[in-house]
Design a protein around this ligand. Structure first.
Ligand code: MN
Length: 484
């Protein structure tokens, strides 16, 4: 057994998600990304004395949405608190956050791991707060520049229990969080633009031990993959220190993505004292049962519920169900499609293969995809009725529909001249013609060379110029060969 196998990894994650509200958490300054620096800053964002904060209603709604989706308990009386610290990008000298009454407690997020196993991560809390401004150290060679556009933008902080047993679980969890906030339309989930940020608290302990080891906090990981890499590196580093007889320094570390390592930022030995106290300028926000009910009734379908429906009700396999629920827009497209067809497997294939490849190859977002789900259902119906073949449908009809989305599938199929002949009488004549062409092959077939069936079918297809329904042809050729 390697030394690493003696230890168990214990990780908890703190994620900040930036909310897709139009305005900031406590003022009506615009909360947009990418504006000219310091243009979305009124006296409130600048922390001028005497200004008063007001709570953004939409941010409360978003917090409740996420709370319901994670099966959290939602707090009735929500107080805000001041977290005091000094920093150049924090003009007020404090952050308005929640301390003793986070809007959500408990709750969990569950997801599938690559090997198909299910993992559940329990949440300690989700609370509302505001973001600080941004200090930029890499634009001017001598000065640090400050952009206060971000100061006051609404955040939800999701704090998990130390339930992760490795980097891969953290990676899968973050994917699930992103999927969830995108389904809920509360956050764009874009880690590169900083709208989803994550810190990891990492420690190790001997397997079977009940006590936690000393932990480090790792920051500045700007992709899900880097969170996984940072955890895996940090776990190995800690085990190496312990095995060499050393002790883990309780500290904040930063991830170096180039080298895949972590390095010390500052010691945590002296605990921060933020002097939390209730925000005197804000009334507590009351979240009533009726309000929660209203939000619940307007909740969009959630990925896990759709997954359940697709596998249990529609009997799709796990792979299809997870691909179809990966992106909300794809899932909604598929949802509408299956309201027009009962052939769920075919519907899944059309979306996963034809629609998705078109979107990928042409870099088109599904919102701009011209073919309506109903038209895909019409194609499926034409195939199922034997009127067109699958190959002609995907190679000719589908591109034609994309070019002429206002025409019906059937009209286009007629114009393309791909409607199959399934008239048995007409096909029967061609079958006889084809079979009579190879009298010696008939004998061979009857003597057991059944593979010759393909030869006759191919001949009929040729005679029909590819327009005979292959299913009907197969049947009739077999009948013909087995006569007498
Ligand atoms: Mn925070």
């Amino acid at each position: 057994m390697s030394i690493y196998e003696k230890y168990e990894t214990v990780v908890g994650l703190e994620c900040h998600i930036q909310l897709l509200t139009r305005t900031k958490m406590y003022s009506n300054d615009a909360a947009e990304y990418g504006a000219m620096p310091n243009t979305n800053v009124s006296v409130v964002s600048l922390g001028h004395p005497g200004t008063l904060p007001r709570v953004n209603k939409r941010a409360i709604e978003f917090a409740v949405k996420l709370g319901i989706a994670t099966k959290s308990t939602i707090t009735t009386e929500n107080q805000f608190a001041r977290k005091n610290y000094f920093y150049a990008d924090l003009p007020k000298g404090y952050q308005i956050t929640q301390d003793k009454t986070p809007i959500c407690t408990g709750g969990f997020i569950s997801f599938k791991m690559k090997d198909g196993s299910e993992k559940q991560i329990n949440l300690i809390r989700i609370h509302m707060e505001e973001d600080a401004g941004k200090s930029m150290h890499d634009i001017d060679p001598f000065e640090t520049l400050i952009d206060l556009n971000r100061a006051g933008t609404p955040l939800l902080e999701i704090v998990t229990q130390p339930d992760f047993r490795g980097g891969e679980e953290a990676y899968a969890y973050l994917n699930e969080v992103r999927k969830l906030v995108r389904y809920l339309d509360v956050c764009d989930g874009n880690m590169e633009e900083g709208s989803l940020r994550c810190d990891a608290n990492i420690s190790v302990r001997l397997k079977g031990s009940k006590e936690y080891g000393k932990r480090t906090e790792v920051k500045n990981m700007n992709s899900f993959r880097n969170v996984q890499r940072a955890i895996d590196y940090e776990v190995k580093r800690q085990i190496d220190i312990i095995e060499a007889g050393g002790e883990i320094a309780v500290e904040t570390r930063s991830f170096d993505a180039v080298n895949g390592t972590t390095f010390s930022l500052r010691s945590k030995e002296s605990a921060n004292d933020y002097r939390y106290f209730p925000e005197p300028d804000l009334q507590p926000v009351m979240v009533t049962k009726e309000y929660i009910e209203t939000v619940k009734n307007n909740l969009p379908p959630l990925p896990n519920d759709l997954y359940e429906k697709y596998t249990k009700e529609l009997k799709l396999n796990d792979y299809d169900a997870s691909i179809l629920t990966e992106l909300k827009e794809i899932a909604l497209y598929f949802n509408e499609l299956i309201s027009h067809t009962k052939n769920y497997k075919a519907a899944a294939n059309w979306v996963m293969v034809n629609v998705k490849s078109f979107l990928n190859e042409n870099a088109v977002h599904i919102d701009n995809f011209p073919v309506k789900p109903k038209a895909i259902a019409d194609i499926i119906a034409l195939i199922d009725a034997g009127k067109i073949g699958h190959t002609a449908a995907s190679q000719k009809l589908f591109p034609a529909l994309i070019a002429n989305p206002s025409k019906s599938a059937e009209t286009l199929a007629t114009e393309l001249d791909i409607i199959q002949n399934s008239n048995s009488n007409e096909i029967q004549a061609l079958v006889e013609q084809a079979v009579n062409k190879f009298p010696e092959k008939i004998t061979e077939y009857r003597n057991g060379k059944v593979g010759l069936l393909g030869l006759f079918v191919g001949e009929v297809m040729k005679l029909s110029k590819g327009k005979a329904d292959p299913k009907v042809v197969n049947l009739l050729v077999k009948e013909q060969l087995e006569k007498n």
